[in-house]
Design a protein around this ligand. Structure first.
Ligand code: F6R
Length: 344
């Protein structure tokens, strides 16, 4: 993915996110029909932009699936993986070494495997093993392909009868994102553009992104990653209620550095009532200590629409932040350098 892409490319990718979901809704998943319909557990294995779709799936399935699902970001799979496991191996490039190694581990453990990729070695290995390969469109950077790296996973589970209602939820996601992008696209100035406003709050500050367990946790994780990769800036995330039991104590010293923190809280109308109370108390505790505390509210009804509405604001904000720093959001030279050094 060493294609040289200018800053405007990322806005184009963002604009087309609802189109990715529409494309996935038209994809043909008949090649998974031969697979078993019952499993003891499901593992999604991938890294970075190819793993976060697994986290969205994990949160989505938390209240829907009767079997455990975990996301694996490593060379090896957990010990419990075996012939009763379904392993979804996800790599946009198809060449990420950790994912290829985890794929081999899944094969050795006798798991059912489905590969999701644009091609590369993963597609080759899966084809050689006669495992289904769900081919997703290339030409993007992985983090900009978040629709393609999530929707096919949930649609495959729907096709296998493991979850229901995903297609409908994705349709709602398309509607919500299409409306939302009109409010946060580059033509809208800061006073009427939430994503630009957030970027201005994060500029020259250290972003601290907080979500809530089971609702906005994965969106918070995504915000952090997008600020890192697009704006090339540090960012940290955590979730309520856990952060009330440790992180919240750590805002005393060094005072001048704590003043440089900009906190963003991602909110969902379905947050547990006690969490809502925790957020209000937490804001009181932070008063006067950090640079700012801003909130972003999820839109839509379904978990997927709400999650992606939060993600969308964060994605745009991270690119506006890159703009403020005069940074090209698209290339990730440090990741490319690391991968090249690892291949030596
Ligand atoms: C995101 C990004 C990385 C990759 C990760 C894994 O844009 O560049 O987070 O997603 O390095 O690579 P793939 O997705 O090709 O398996």
């Amino acid at each position: 993915m060493a294609v040289e892409m200018g800053p405007e490319m990322m806005f184009e990718f963002l604009y087309n996110l609802p189109g990715q979901f529409e494309g996935c809704l038209k994809m043909d998943f008949s090649k998974v029909s031969g697979l078993k319909k019952e499993y003891a557990n499901i593992v999604v294995t991938g890294l970075g932009g190819s793993a976060i779709g697994g986290d969205i799936l994990r949160c989505y399935c938390q209240s829907r699936l009767r079997i455990p699902m975990v996301v694996n970001r490593d060379y090896v799979l957990p010990r419990f993986v075996g012939p009763d496991s379904l392993v979804l191996a996800v790599s946009y490039s198809g060449n990420t070494e950790e994912t290829l190694s985890a794929y081999e581990d899944a094969r050795e453990k006798g798991a059912s495997i489905i590969a999701f990729t644009t091609g590369g070695k993963l597609a080759e290995m899966a084809a050689l093993d006669s495992n289904p390969v769900i081919t997703i469109p290339g030409g993007l950077v992985p983090r900009a392909a978040t629709g393609y790296l999530f929707a096919p996973l949930v649609l495959v589970l729907e096709r296998l009868g493991l979850v229901s209602g995903a297609s409908e939820d994705l349709k709602e996601t398309v509607t919500v994102l299409t409306q939302l992008r009109e409010e946060i696209e580059p033509g809208r100035e800061e006073d009427s553009n939430r994503a630009r406003f957030i970027a201005s709050q994060l500029y020259q500050r250290i972003p601290v992104i907080w979500g809530c367990s089971s609702t906005s946790e994965v969106a918070a994780m995504r915000w952090k990653g997008q600020i890192n990769e697009n704006a090339k800036a540090p960012a940290y995330f955590n979730v309520f209620p856990e952060l009330n039991h440790n992180e919240i104590v750590g805002f005393e010293v060094p005072e001048d550095l704590v003043k440089k923190l900009a906190v963003i809280i991602l909110r969902d109308p379905d947050d547990h009532g006690r969490i809502t109370k925790r957020i209000e108390i937490t804001k009181d505790i932070l008063q006067g200590k950090v640079s700012s505390v801003a909130e972003v509210e999820a839109r839509g009804n379904s978990f997927l629409a709400k999650t992606y509405s939060l993600i969308y604001v964060g994605d745009y904000a991270s690119v506006y932040l890159a703009e403020l720093y005069g940074i090209n959001p698209t290339p990730v030279q440090v990741i490319d350098y690391l991968k090249a050094r690892m291949a030596e």
